[in-house]
Design a protein. Structure first.
Length: 344
């Protein structure tokens, strides 16, 4: 048992290192990771994975919030590839690992795009009224639903309560989702005020924590939901990058039970998927390069942009598809090696 634990921790450490390689040269991930890791005695992907294992093993649903509207002064339909891809992979992973049905939440205008990306991961996207009947099916059905989540704080509070009563999720995950600062405002890493165009998914986290439900935040820049865990360090990074400050700060104030930082938020999701495969001794829990390519190509087909380059080509954060595929292949190798050692 001790050998298996050492193998698990060693693999998780390798995953942490891999998903925090600063390929894009933003020069923020090292500081974010050091701050987050200082609060965790175990690798961040392992803390996240063990939290999900505890919270979802006997549950039927999980909430995943994502979607980053960008260049909203131009058009509200413009949104980034980072986030939806990771959310889709997480949805697939958690379906395979625990049999839970993922409920994904995003801005109303982004529901069609996110639905397409989730479908490309192999899940059948159903209307919410059909989702509640999936457990009655005599044949296998791996389903998810994608729902709009309000921009107004008061409406978001009401909707969060309604959704929790309806679905009783075992966990809430926010990936690459702008978080509110102490004044209730949401900012981009460029210092743009995104408050009036971003769904207030913070309310899902607040509702979950009030009910004792596990919450996980995944981000890469310091302004995403969950960064309240390392708010001081995240604020310093954001102020330095933006070159100014605002009342309430740029960094979110809402805390999650676990925080996972990665060089690209999608990579954080892939890291969790890989770690869960090792934790559960099931290689099939992790996705693969074929799924990754399909998911990223679906982002382009859905019209999502690379938040750095502005192109609609399936790249993420200025990093081309081939690099993301390579990262997934390395993660596959780590999973294979770790599972091989655990059996020996």
């Amino acid at each position: 048992m001790q050998d298996q634990e050492r193998c698990l921790v060693s693999c998780a450490e390798a995953i942490d290192r891999l998903i925090t390689v600063d390929v894009s040269g933003r020069r923020v991930i090292d500081k974010l990771y050091q701050a987050a890791r200082a609060l965790s005695s175990r690798p961040l992907v392992l803390t996240a994975s063990e939290g999900l294992q505890r919270s979802l093993s006997n549950k039927k649903t999980v909430f995943i919030a994502t979607g980053w509207p960008d260049r909203t002064a131009v058009d509200l339909m413009i949104a980034e590839t980072d986030g939806p891809s990771g959310a889709a992979v997480l949805a697939r992973t958690l379906d395979r690992a625990f049999g839970v049905v993922p409920v994904l939440l995003t801005e109303e205008q982004l529901v069609p795009a996110l639905s397409e990306v989730v479908g490309s991961a192999g899940l059948k996207v159903l209307p919410c009224e059909s989702l509640l009947h999936t457990w009655e099916s005599k044949g296998p059905i791996h389903a998810a639903t994608v729902l709009p989540f309000p921009i107004s704080v008061s409406e978001a509070q009401r909707e969060a309560k309604r959704l929790f009563e309806l679905y009783s999720p075992g966990a809430v995950i926010a990936i690459e989702k702008g978080g509110m600062n102490e004044s209730g405002s949401i900012y981009s890493c460029r210092g743009e005020d995104m408050t009036n165009t971003t769904g207030k998914a913070d309310q899902l986290v607040i509702e979950a924590r009030g009910r004792g439900i596990f919450t996980l935040g995944i981000g890469d820049g310091g302004n995403e939901i969950g960064m309240g865990v390392i708010r001081k360090e995240a604020e310093e990074i954001l102020v330095h990058g933006i070159g100014s400050s605002v009342p309430g700060g740029f960094a979110p104030s809402v805390r999650t039970d676990a925080l996972l930082v990665a060089a690209v938020s999608n990579w954080g999701a892939y890291g969790v998927a890989a770690c869960l495969a090792v934790l559960l001794h099931d290689r099939g829990v992790f996705h693969n390069a074929g799924v990754e390519q399909r998911v990223l190509e679906s982002c382009a087909h859905a019209g999502l942009i690379d938040g750095v380059t502005g192109y609609v080509d399936g790249s993420v954060d200025g990093i081309p598809i081939d690099v993301h595929l390579s990262l997934v292949r390395i993660l596959e190798s780590l999973v294979k090696q770790a599972l091989g050692k655990s059996r020996s």
